[in-house]
Design a protein around this ligand. Structure first.
Ligand code: ADP
Length: 226
């Protein structure tokens, strides 16, 4: 059996808002286990591209192709798509977006509850991930009681709980000081080495972009260099 090493295959992604063309026919392939940084000036279309790849939004055209982990996403209806997303894609945002009224452990476990994993098993897995990320002492704290770096590591654990095929991150270290940013970047590469995780990361952080396997530079809705 032929097993593809492609995690993401995207062809002809086009997006406009009103008359503004934000993505101009983007083609992009990303391999399994690859850490890819998407860089470029503000307004270049980086976040929009990540949203399309993450199935959080759809292209404006119909003649595009998008496959993730061997699945043709155009064939899925909205319900199937949200199920696919929950199982296959972990998201990390600049502002961690943890739920303030829940503990670190609950925040990490929630995507597993949604995925139908029973509470006991979800909590056990969440605790294991928090432990792996050096947060076992913090699991019963609510986000407001955690430092910025800790909050972001909780968000990483949450992104990992359903063993996603790919992690998509939008400016994950944009709100961290340089020491915490360094630690977070190191964590991404550790996770890649350990779990063969694929990462697609929109970033302004030059150091992270340079560490990545591939740097994709965007400008005016196009990829100008890979
Ligand atoms: P980047 O992440 O590179 O800064 P974005 O993808 O966020 O770029 O935005 C690209 C362009 O699309 C910008 O000009 C932005 O103002 C515009 N844009 C993004 N989202 C929307 C939206 N929901 N409605 C209208 N314009 C948008």
């Amino acid at each position: 059996m032929f097993i593809s090493n492609k995690m993401i295959q995207a062809k002809n992604l086009y997006k406009k808002y009103g008359n503004l063309e934000v993505l101009k026919n983007i083609d992009l392939n990303i391999n399994k286990g690859e850490v890819v940084a998407i860089v470029g000036p503000s307004g270049a279309g980086k976040t929009t591209l990540l949203q399309l790849l993450g199935t959080l939004d759809k292209p404006s055209n119909s003649d595009y192709q998008l496959q993730i982990n061997g699945k043709d996403l155009k064939k899925l209806n909205d319900k199937e798509l949200s199920h696919f997303r929950n199982k296959n894609i972990g998201f990390i945002f600049q502002f961690h977006q943890l739920l303030p009224e829940f503990t670190a452990l609950e925040n990490v476990a929630i995507p597993a509850y949604i995925n139908g994993v029973n509470k006991k098993e979800a909590d056990r897995k969440a605790a294991e991930l928090l432990d792996l990320l050096g947060l076992s002492e913090r699991k019963d704290h609510k986000p407001a009681k955690l430092s910025g770096g800790e909050q972001q590591r909780v968000a990483v654990a949450r992104a990992l709980i359903n063993n996603p095929a790919v992690i998509m991150a939008d400016e994950p270290s944009g709100n961290l000081d340089s020491e915490n940013a360094k630690q977070l970047h190191k964590l991404f590469f550790d996770l890649r080495d350990r779990f063969h995780q694929t990462f697609v990361i929109v970033t302004h952080n030059e150091e992270l972009a340079e560490m990545s396997d591939r740097k994709i530079i965007m400008k005016d809705g196009k990829i100008i260099s890979e």
